[in-house]
Structures are given as C-alpha cells and as structure tokens.
Design a protein around this ligand. Sequence first.
Ligand SMILES: [Ca+2]
Ligand SMILES: [Ca+2]
Length: 84
Amino acid sequence: MPSKTKTEIRLSAQDFTGDGTPEVVVEFYKNGEMEYALSVSDTNKDGKFDTVSGEVDVDGKPGHQKRDDAVVIALVRAFMKFKL
Ligand SMILES: [Ca+2]
Ligand SMILES: [Ca+2]
C-alpha cells in the first residue's frame, strides 16, 4: 500500500564559500516539514561532487554507509547537469 507520507527533496546550488565552486544543499521534507538538510561539495574542484556533509541515511539500510553518500552524490551530479 502506498505511503501517505509526502516526501520532497529540494536541491539548491550556491557558492556559499565564495571559492568559485558551488555547494549543493539538499533538503528533505516530510509532509511539508523539513526533516534535515545536508550539503554536497566538490572539495578538489575537479567538477565532480564528491563530499557529503553529515551522516545521511537514504538507502533503506539502517545507518550511514558509503552507499548512502553515493546515492546523494549521484542525485547532485544529475542536478548539476541541469542548465536552468
Ligand atoms: Ca571532486
Ligand atoms: Ca543507510
């Protein structure tokens, strides 16, 4: 049965640190309330986002694993391909 919980993810890119490379903020909402937020950055500035702040758990396997970071990074890399 489908969940009645409405889940949203909001992505925004901004150069918070002013180093010429944007950081991407990922905010997770449930039923309109923000649950948590994290940021993803390209620490070595090679154009590929590689670092997730904090310990996120998005893959359904309890706790934080490398896989959780990989899923978030894949989302952010796709987002950054959008030319809006
Ligand atoms: Ca990188
Ligand atoms: Ca996990």
